[in-house]
Ligand binder design. Sequence first.
Ligand code: NAP
Length: 312
Amino acid sequence: MTAHNLIIIGSGPAGFTAAIYAARANLKPLLFEGLAKGGQPGGQLMLTTDVENYPGFPEGVLGPEMMDLFRKQAARFGTELLQQDVTAADFSKRPFRVTSDGKEYSANAVIIATGASANWLNIPSEKALQGHGVSACATCDGFFFKGKEVVVVGGGDSAVEEATFLTKFATRVTIVHRRAELRASKIMQDRARANKKIDFIWDSAVTDIQDPAQKKVTAVVLKNLKTGAVSEKKTDGVFMAIGHTPNSEIFKGQVALDAKGYIGVHDGTLTNVPGVFACGDVQDHKYRQAVTAAGTGCMAALDAERFLGAGH
Ligand code: NAP
């Protein structure tokens, strides 16, 4: 077993920001980036193209390029980086233990920054067209659909909120929902229904997206779940809004999670286990932005530094 002062799990904006702060505070953090295969080192930004809303990049920056810069900055101050997944954690006593690649690592403090993953439909072409008209983040990518038509999949608050947001750019936004009733709150539903740019297709599933050969979205294939009828609808983009899943599975039973699996935090980034901190999307279902994730990553490092400095 190798012993460390601080272990950071996750390599999105939250994890790398925590690492930059912790390394500069001389805490010599070890950061598990996750595996390129299966996991998603770099987090959700690896799935986007241009990032135009991260302060400091007036010309915009590619998502993967930005994460490479975060990574370099964390490494520059001496963060030890391991491209491995953490597969188990034991926070029942200190030092805490995490398992990766069959090996055990111990630490006096742990920062969890494993993020969340957007849920996808798992249909043909969806992956090939991610970043080319298929997105799970209207805030990130809506701007690219100025004067175009888009489809939003889902019936919850996210779907309705994203559809409403997208009308700032798109000429028409069609919400495709698998039932005939929205799950979204009444006030958000009313707003969407009153918006002349939004229309609805009910009781329908998107079963395929065209056209990967052109590397752009041209249409969705729809199946009416009541009648079985299959049709095609022309569109320039598809936004998935069918929920997110926090990447907290391995921490079940180790730290308190809410009903949806998000890690509970109080007073900044403190979990119910003293010495274990959580930041970024694994503890935030509300804001979910790179800049807010980075902000909480900084908070987690400062909280960990204070905890370790208090002689723990
Ligand atoms: P959600 O409430 O879980 O809604 C997910 C939607 O996607 C549901 O309508 C669901 O259909 C649909 N769906 C799920 N899997 C699907 C699949 N495989 N194929 C097709 N459709 C599928 O998720 P959310 O909208 O992201 O909201 C998450 C939480 O954040 C909620 O508590 C929400 O209230 C909150 N939120 C709040 C705000 C706000 O207040 N401003 C904004 C966004 C989110 P069914 O309805 O048939 O299950």
